[in-house]
Design a protein around this ligand. Structure first.
Ligand SMILES: [Zn+2]
Ligand SMILES: [Zn+2]
Length: 223
């Protein structure tokens, strides 16, 4: 049953052919979590304990700041500030304790949303590999997909879940990634060549840089 629940969004994302399917799954879950942290989680003691303890990363606090619940955000930041206040109130007395103090503080600087995404996303990577082995139609979609480098890395790490198809899975993943990197190199070269005086009049493709960033770094440039 768990497998079926996991496969539905994967089929959907892989059937769309514009960009990395796992970035789409990630973005959908991330969007739901940001909304939750602005809404029902604000008054939930368990969520508050976690957000007071580790806080939010810059990317996710930006997303929350853009949302429509400044009061919910203020309440969470207030108790986060109180938790940090308690943590730092005793001044370190020497170099050694200062180092420990820094480490303790570092352990409390993280992100509840990033943490909440880690586990379900790693289940998706496993399921993708399992689907490569189990689902007749899936290898073709997988081979055609434009996986970003970050998600390709996670898919490499999940290869064991492709079982007897592991080597075909790894071959398809590598062929796809090299195909997309080669295409990106060509597009960026063409983009740069447009600025060469010998090519006066040729117009750079405005998508070349955006597409390269999507493949190499992040699918969402508008956060
Ligand atoms: Zn991706
Ligand atoms: Zn985060």
């Amino acid at each position: 049953m768990q497998y079926q629940i996991q496969t539905a969004p994967i089929w959907e994302a892989y059937r769309e052919t514009d960009g990395c399917p796992l970035c789409k799954i990630f973005a959908a879950r991330e969007k739901r979590l940001v909304a939750q942290y602005l809404d029902e989680n604000v008054m939930d003691p368990d969520f508050r304990v976690a957000s007071n303890s580790v806080g939010f990363c810059p990317e996710h606090i930006r997303a929350m700041y853009k949302g429509h619940n400044k009061l919910g955000l203020a309440l969470q930041l207030e108790t986060r500030a109180a938790a940090l206040h308690e943590l730092v109130q005793k001044a370190p007395t020497d170099k050694k304790s200062a180092k420990k103090h820094a480490e303790k503080l570092d352990a409390h600087i993280g992100c509840v949303i990033c943490d909440a995404l880690r586990e379900p996303m790693s289940r998706y990577y496993m399921t993708v590999a399992e689907m490569y082995d189990n689902e007749k139609e899936f290898p073709q979609l997988f081979a055609a997909a434009r996986h970003c480098v970050k998600h390709a890395q996670y898919l490499y790490a999940a290869a064991q879940y492709a079982g007897k198809s592991a080597s075909a899975y790894l071959g398809a993943l590598t062929a796809g990634l090299t195909r997309d990197l080669r295409r990106t190199e060509t597009e960026l070269r063409a983009f740069a060549d447009c600025f060469d005086f010998r090519n006066a009049g040729s117009r750079p493709d405005p998508e070349a840089v955006t597409d390269a960033i999507k493949l190499l770094i992040t699918n969402d440039l508008n956060k």
